[in-house]
Design a protein around this ligand. Sequence first.
Ligand code: CA
Length: 679
Amino acid sequence: MHRLNRYLSTANHPLMTMFRALALSLLLGTLMSCQETRPVYTSLDEYPIYPHGDLGAKYTTEATTFKLWSPAVDAARVKLYREDSGDLAPMRVLDMEEIDGAWTAIAEGDMDEIYYTFQVKQNGTWQEEATDPYARAAGTNGTRGQVIDLADTNPEGWAQDTAPPLAAATDAILYELHVRDISLDPRANIEHPGKFLGLTERGTATNQGDATGLDHLIELGVTHVHLLPSFDYLSVNEAQTEEAQYNWGYDPQNYNVPEGSYSTNPRNGKVRVREFKQMVKALHDAGIRVVMDVVYNHTGKSADSHFQHLIPDYFYRFNEDGSFSNASGCGNEIASDRPMVRKYIRESLEYWVKEYHVDGFRFDLMAIHDIATMNEISQSLHALDSTILLYGEGWTAGDSPLPVEQRALKAHTPQLDRVAAFSDDLRDGLKGSVFNHEEQGFVSGAHGRDMSIRFGIVGSTFHPHVNYDSVNYSNEPWAKEPAQCINYVSCHDNHTLRDRLAISNPGDPPSYRSQMQRLALAIVLTSQGIPFLHAGSEMERTKNGDENSYKSGDGVNAIRYAGKRANKLTYNYVRGLIELRKQHPAFRLGSTEKITGHLEFAQTNDDQLVVYRIQDAPGDAWSDILVAFNGSGQAKRIELPEGSWTTVANGREVNPEGIGGEREEWTYVDGRSALILVR
Ligand code: CA
């Protein structure tokens, strides 16, 4: 989700544009019948598809070839510049010729680091210059593309860079992070705060010796860092990065270019490309994979976007009155279902995988995309690398002209091929609805949430012990396999978990709320889907009650490492749970069949108490595991199956060697606590 409200303009009414184009074409056809005439299209659907994968600028030392697909315009040209902005005239202007369905121009000579724009002529008028949508580099603020020799951007050892192994999608432990947040705290002692390079530094720590930055992630043990939008977005002025500016980045500008404000030099396009790769390599070397949050559902600008200037109307959906439709809540929505848009998205993702070695993608407002597009993307990317993770928000932020049955909604996850959706069922079951801040959830003692918790434990799959009529938002399983379910309790949107628990439980002492936080994270990290942690939840991160910090600045958004010390119990607990999950395949059985075969729920007759048992999990050293979650404030007695049971986790610590003495027949589960026993 994204919180920028841009008001749409109806000035560029697509039907009017089409009508004008048609009328003019007919007129020109009559007047200039002796000259070459452009084809006339009465609908965007008639546009011919360009089949090749070479749009954009293709560099060699001898010449650079520029290609633009825009079938309905009258003419196109490339302008070459020595500077990334300013009023200096272009060093060269090349007319493009339509060859094989793409406007093409060749600039002879070595064009490395030369900036460029495209410009199209429509209705007899040259439109505004715009950045090539396929641009692989750009100067300051992305207003001009840049030709670069990509080979020149590879950090040392890049050819040998490989992602750490991932045997199954449910082995992933995701950590959702804004590039800046991890390195902003001055006490983190990081040399490049707020930059891609801030995630490459090793051996950093607070003056008290607590690991920070990349070392913190290594210590915590997560398998994937999921980065908030890191492609070039609009809202931060890259010409003034020394000034206080902050944005989440859900306002895309150049999809194939890294964000300039996270680089040490936004003007030289090679720098951001190289530093992004350095970040990926440093994370890979540290045993951590990289997921990018991608926002192909809308662009930051509408009528004056690059797409609209160069390929009018084709990339967007429109209302019947000709205004931009707005399922994104940000002023427009991308028409992923059009063949050349689908191709654009697929090629962009392939590029991030091949050029930057990215290991997965999180799709913002995924239901704005059609199911066919998501499946084509999945098949194409998984052919490149079967371990790539794909997941998204299975909802929209507003209505769309795209028919509901075509949308990649959470409820349609069974139709998606190796694509997962976020479980708002578990998220809100645990803490209460994100739309009702005072509402409590299972971990704060709410009644009637036990089936939503069971649903999360089985990763939103089918299980005979889940009564689907009692799950909060879904009345049937929506994941075919647990790898299609992202389990979480908080993310960048809405309050941090700590802030939310404070708002919804104002009468409780902080120590109770810390117990609730640990219980929520214990449920997420032991459940069968793919667990997802909002950065800092392991140290009870606060944004001081700010529920929408998309531009709230560094002060609110920075991860404060003092939290590791102040909330040491919670931090060590989460670390312990991550290690427990990694060591014990029982918590990531990986298939619906194995979950129904090895995991059974106990009848507790108490909706504040969820108890389940995993027996003979394949490959696990523990053949019998009993897990209990008590959301109430009182200790509760549970009966133990036959045998002698060792506690390996309670509400305060995780210790696979055992905590306290062995138990037989029965035991207590503390209030607001998890309890894990093994036999
Ligand atoms: Ca930018």
